[in-house]
Design a protein around this ligand. Sequence first.
Ligand code: ATP
Ligand code: MG
Length: 173
Amino acid sequence: MMLDRGFIQVYTGNGKGKTTAAIGLSIRAAGAGLRVFFAQFLKTAEYNEHNILRQIENIEVKTYGRGCLIRGKPEEIDYRLASAGFNEVKRIIESAQYDLVVLDEINVVVYYGLIETELVLSLIRNKPENVELVLTGRYAPKEFIDNADLVTEFKEVKHYFHQGILAREGIEK
Ligand code: ATP
Ligand code: MG
């Protein structure tokens, strides 16, 4: 099974559901026999989806972060992890060994300046024809949106975060 044509998808906005949408899509794709590479920037394997994704045939999952940046100030290690992740993912995409490649939280990576927008942009613009890309995270840069074929903005209408409910095991992580 192979895609005739791969598109570029962006999941952004403040509302809940961006990463879980990418997980759902990956499972569907794997079910169809597509090969999936799920790259999680900023995160560690403590996210529970890692435990199950790595058990699924056709899905390769890797994390390139330390899990605690999201609201902090980036440190040297964050730049190094993000760059290493980017280089690996670039190789993966260019090899066309995978049909679907998810770059989870890449929008946030670029927002924090951990990787230059232009680098990611040139990667997505020059992707092999048959590879589908999914870029997730708040604050998607205009350049990604302009170059995407599908963009969904997850709009927060309500979120219990504002009641002080932080990320829960199995629900947000
Ligand atoms: P999910 O992984 O559940 O699909 P997501 O990928 O859309 O969600 P992210 O933007 O990656 O969401 O990050 C969500 C994290 O940020 C959660 O741990 C949540 O507790 C926290 N958070 C803070 N404010 C909000 C908000 N307004 N909406 C959603 N999540 C929020
Ligand atoms: Mg997310």
